[in-house]
Design a protein around this ligand. Structure first.
Ligand code: TNX
Length: 531
């Protein structure tokens, strides 16, 4: 099926995130079974991806050829690494003429992003034999180096195949950081060889709260975990798509599952101390104790975590750690006295600083939720600002690197249409009880106006968080993530000066067709009625 010129133009207008610069050209490139994908060896992987993505979409796959093939005289797609191009890191030039589609970049990531843009220019049918791709030249690069999504495997487990599919869609949107929340009060999900009970005990809870009931219990055992081999598989799959996987082991709070497995890690000198893997949501009191035995455990855990994840950063959580157990524990009180720690906040700060040393000894950098500022931020730490922007602003002003993910704009577990409207569709549409429509995601600017240009250099980028209390399966995960992921992509990648919601919505039409083709269970686009 060939596309009408009008439809071609529509496709040009449908790229998300919006590229920095597009110049339309003359004529069209005919993509057919005869089309060849060629590349130099440095980007042969990217060529392989493009070819396999194209073959999933075209009836007959284009073939791949070596650089020196005589067949290169035919219309072809060429991927080239050109280290001396003036393009910034991860930027690319996609030049489409009637005879050649050429993607050039300084690095392999840039070439990869060029191929992602090209895929968005394809017709949204599966079995076309020939497609007209309009001539144009796109020069593009990301605004931020950190373009992230957090997924939560602790509250509800996410199958490896579903994570892989999610990674594909992150790549489609040019996102490059998967923050993987692997432990929480409701489950420990990563195999740790030295501490087998973490998964034997900590990966299972007695019951799953049914939708609609935050405290409910249906008395069935719920649980699962990732073997180290599965983790490696995910990390490898992500890396091939230029995505870094950032592991999070949340501490010292959100530790009910680990303390249920090994009570000595907690404040076990308290009377009637009996931690359990939790079966309802919210904040629980089971913190790790700041003892030497615990720091030894933390060191061991991160030894195995670092062997699995090559990321520069390791996330230690640090959020919502209640001080109640520390204040009640005679052992922690004695420790505080010995170390001169005045209150629970100083214990939290002491804990974070110890973890930072452990991570530094393994050549890694610490990142944590903005509560790691409590009682004084450790010297080299980076901060994820989720309770609004204040923690991020203060951290950047003090010279710390920051990823912005304020709940006001970046919490994809919230409703995207009014709750009453969603719940009318059925109890399974329940989401976390706040409201975050698409437009609000789109309007976010990760660089707060309060920051000077120098301070703003500490804003590494932006991330959306998809907590899974109310996300029981992959269909619901898609529902919460799409189409807000498209708005996130544009916030993270495109120039702030080009922001235009109406224009974004027009381009989103074309992207929705891609979602539909892949049978993505896309959430609603809610537009508030004019007052
Ligand atoms: C707060 S954001 C949490 C999570 C919850 C989330 C629900 C953060 C660091 N902690 O434990 O899942 O709210 O939106």
């Amino acid at each position: 099926m060939t596309m009408k010129p009008q439809a071609c133009e529509q496709r040009v207008a449908s790229i998300i995130p919006r590229p920095v610069h597009i110049v339309t050209g003359q004529g069209v490139f005919h993509l057919t079974a005869e089309t060849i994908v060629r590349s130099n060896s440095a980007v042969s992987k990217e060529a392989r991806w493009l070819q396999s993505d194209l073959s999933a979409r075209c009836r007959v796959a284009p073939t791949r050829s070596r650089e020196d093939s005589a067949a290169n005289q035919r219309p072809h797609i060429s991927l080239e690494l050109a280290p001396e191009t003036p393009l910034p890191a991860a930027g690319y030039c996609l030049d489409i003429t009637p005879t050649v589609i050429k993607i050039t970049a300084k690095d392999a990531a840039g070439v990869f992003y060029g191929t992602r843009t090209l895929l968005q220019l394809l017709p949204t049918t599966t079995d076309f034999e020939s497609a007209e791709i309009p001539a144009m030249t796109i020069t593009d690069h990301p605004r931020f180096a950190w373009r992230g999504m957090m997924i939560d495997s602790a509250r509800h487990f996410i199958e490896v195949d579903h994570i892989k599919s999610f990674l594909d869609w992150m790549a489609f949107h040019k996102l490059n950081n998967l923050h993987w929340h692997l432990s929480d009060d409701q489950g420990w999900r990563i195999e740790i060889k030295k501490y087998p009970k973490l998964t034997e005990v900590g990966a299972y809870r007695e019951s799953t709260p049914p939708y609609g009931d935050r405290k409910g219990s249906d008395h069935t055992r719920y649980g699962a975990f990732y073997t180290q081999q599965q983790i490696q598989e995910v990390v490898r799959y992500a890396a091939e798509r230029h995505i870094t996987v950032l592991p999070e082991i949340d501490m010292p709070g959100h530790m009910a599952a680990a303390t249920a497995a090994y009570p000595y890690l907690g404040n076990s000198d308290l009377p009637d101390y009996a931690p359990k893997v939790q079966n309802h949501w919210g904040i629980h009191p089971y913190t790790l104790a700041p003892t030497e035995a615990v720091f030894e455990f933390v060191d061991d855990i991160f030894t195995e975590v670092c062997a699995l994840f090559p990321s520069t950063y390791i996330h230690m959580g640090g959020d919502e750690a209640p001080k109640t157990q520390w204040e009640a524990s005679p052992r922690v009180q004695a420790l505080m006295q010995a170390k001169g720690l005045k209150d629970g906040h100083e214990v939290q700060s002491y804990f974070v600083k110890r973890v930072e040393k452990i991570l530094a000894s393994k050549g890694r950098k610490l990142i944590g939720w903005d509560e790691i500022r409590e009682g004084g931020l450790s010297p080299q730490a980076s901060v994820m600002s989720w309770r609004g922007e204040a923690g991020g602003i203060a951290s950047a002003q003090e010279g710390h690197d920051v990823v912005m993910c304020p709940q006001s704009h970046m919490y994809f577990d919230y409703y995207q249409a009014p709750a009453a409207q969603e719940l009318a569709k059925g109890a399974e549409f329940q989401a976390f009880e706040n409201f975050l429509p698409l437009q609000q995601v789109y309007q976010y600017d990760p660089v707060p106006a309060q920051l000077s240009p120098q301070e703003a250099t500490h804003i590494l980028g932006v991330q959306a968080n998809l907590w899974s209390e109310f996300i029981k399966d992959f269909k619901k995960m898609q529902y919460q993530a799409f189409p807000r992921i498209a708005a996130l992509a544009e916030v993270a990648w495109s120039p702030a000066a080009d922001k235009d919601y109406a224009n974004f919505l027009e381009r989103l039409e074309g992207i929705l067709a891609h979602y539909q083709l892949a049978q993505i269970n896309c959430g609603p686009i809610y537009t508030p009625a004019p007052q």
